[in-house]
Unconditional design. Structure first.
Length: 144
């Protein structure tokens, strides 16, 4: 049976509706953790929620780029882009959690710029996006 040309449009519009729903859910989660942080003066759950929300958006954005749902592992994308972005995005949340647990713990050996860029949520988005693409897409021929 031949696919209708409208099927592609339907799936793209469905993806867009899902993105809007995900954005609304994410906004509610962030508002909940902001309110909790204002009440308890504990900002650690807010940091972790921002991290996981940005990774969730990255994973969701990757769904539109998957052409074929078969496992085609791309180790270069995983090790050179996804894992470093995961480490950078988790850096600040982990350091803040350890600092709140151990009061005398300082991280003077961590460069300040690394802590600052780890708070930018784009690394979480890129980490989620490239993680999914490294699992479901074969290596690109253009960079060989």
């Amino acid at each position: 049976m031949k696919k209708s040309k409208w099927t592609s449009y339907f799936w793209k519009l469905t993806w867009l509706v899902g993105l809007i729903v995900l954005a609304i859910i994410s906004l509610n989660i962030v508002n909940h953790f902001k309110q909790m942080a204002n009440d308890t003066f504990n900002f650690i759950p807010l940091l972790w929620s921002n991290l996981f929300i940005s990774m969730t958006f990255g994973i969701y954005i990757a769904l539109i780029f998957i052409k074929k749902w078969s496992l085609k592992f791309n180790p270069a994308l995983l090790w050179c882009v996804s894992i470093p972005c995961i480490l950078i995005s988790f850096c600040y949340s982990i350091l803040a959690t350890f600092s709140s647990i151990f009061d005398n713990l300082t991280f003077s050996f961590i460069p300040y710029w690394l802590i600052r860029i780890s708070t930018i949520e784009v690394f979480g988005i890129v980490a989620g996006l490239t993680l999914i693409l490294s699992i479901f897409s074969s290596p690109s021929k253009s960079f060989h």
